[in-house]
Write a protein that binds this ligand. Sequence first.
Ligand SMILES: NC(=O)C1=CN([C@@H]2O[C@H](COP(=O)(O)OP(=O)(O)OC[C@H]3O[C@@H](n4cnc5c(N)ncnc54)[C@H](OP(=O)(O)O)[C@@H]3O)[C@@H](O)[C@H]2O)[C@@H](O)CC1
Ligand SMILES: [K+]
Length: 474
Amino acid sequence: MLAAYSGTAVRAAEKSLLDAGLGGHLMALAAYGLANAVLHRLDQAYGSRAVILVGSGNNGGDALYAGEVLARRGVAVSAVLMAERWHEPGLAALQSVGGRVFRLVEDRVEALAAAWSADVVIDGILGTGARGGLRGLAAELVAQLRGHPGVVACDLPSGLHPDTGETDGPVLDAVETVTFGAIKAGLLLPPGEAAAGEISLIDLDLDLPRPDLQRLDQLDLAEFWPRPGATDHKYSRGVLGVVAGSAQYPGAAQLAVGGALAAGVGMVRYLGPAPMPPEVVAGASAIAANRVQAWLVGPGVADDPVQEQRSYAAITSGLPVVVDAGALALLPEAVGADTVLTPHAGELAALLSRRGQRTERSDVEREPLRYTGLAVELTGATVLLKGATTVVVSPSGAVYSQAEATPWLATAGSGDTLAGMLAALLASGVQSALAAAMAASVHGQAGVLASGGGPIAASDIAGAVPRVLSELLS
Ligand SMILES: NC(=O)C1=CN([C@@H]2O[C@H](COP(=O)(O)OP(=O)(O)OC[C@H]3O[C@@H](n4cnc5c(N)ncnc54)[C@H](OP(=O)(O)O)[C@@H]3O)[C@@H](O)[C@H]2O)[C@@H](O)CC1
Ligand SMILES: [K+]
């Protein structure tokens, strides 16, 4: 499991060490970690060139000391001082080993040329002490360096919000971010996470609280994905009720049920008009008459009054429920954490707007964590926001982000399959936020496997799920 923290949490954890006079020690550890990461990227240190973009705070200090280490190893190092102030001992250390210095205000053209001809550019402009994004000349230089293939970010890409992944102004895409003390949550959150590249963590032995964000890995999935025991039967494994599909949209129901079956539910009871595979049982048309452990409602139900009524009855049944697509508009005023909403950005904006918070899709795309959190606050539900990176927020404050997906998964019906998989996990008794994160991860991996780098149809995703799971669980 990757555990990530807000910049504020990391700074708070550092405080006792700083108070104990260990600031210089921490900076030295950070600088060595950064320098080593850069050295790994160079074919050979001697004769290579590095340019360091230096901001006014300790982030610039880390980068300057890393420059000193690199220069001692034979790298030709130049520093570009981006602001009016800089970390003076760090600059003195770099100069003492022959580092060259440019000042952005005076030497813009030379600084830009040096950066473009460098093997590595170290982005040490802003770290966890940033307020807002890059401005003025610094923003201009960074925009002019866009596309540089050798950028290594110091702690985080400058201009990326450490807590939320929001970007405000230009951000230099890094091949690697060397982050100190703890992974910052913003490195794993859209839209900025793409700028982070590979993430390397330099351990500073901080005493950290509960993570602000988690990302499940294969070991977590293997541990938490439900497996039937020797004495389990179809009922004990979990029965899922599904209200999906209509005369107009039968396929959504088939994809959702396909996702649920592939994820490994004991049985599916289906309510609706779509043709179903032989293992699916017809549900009783009165919702309360169905003995199920969880419900999935919404795929393909829009504009079908009977399906909408059933969806509402399932949502208010008191059982865990996944509310997807057309059923999102039917949500009562308040629900519980066992209700999992699965909107994409447009559906989330519509949901928030219905609750008096006028929101556009572009707002959600710019600040996905914030708006997902707002939906949790306004509804009481657990919310899974679909996207290239899926974000899950629960009312208890747990946040997950999963980024296994391929862009080929952006295809009609992909979300129905995901909703089915998630609902199967709820029916098996998995806690809702964890179920949402696991479903997103395996759905993403199945998409990658099915795609093999090319286009896929949504029905291929469920087809690949058993292969992903057998690899995970064997
Ligand atoms: N704490 C520790 O123990 C350790 C910390 N470590 C390192 O320290 C980093 C945090 O350092 P930090 O607190 O000095 O802040 P930092 O991110 O360098 O930037 C703040 C500076 O930039 C300025 N500024 C702010 N916003 C701006 C903007 N939009 N545009 C332009 N300028 C802006 C602001 O100046 P001001 O405007 O306030 O005058 C301030 O001077 C952290 O990321 C990690 O790398 C490691 O060494 C491990 C130990
Ligand atoms: K930085």
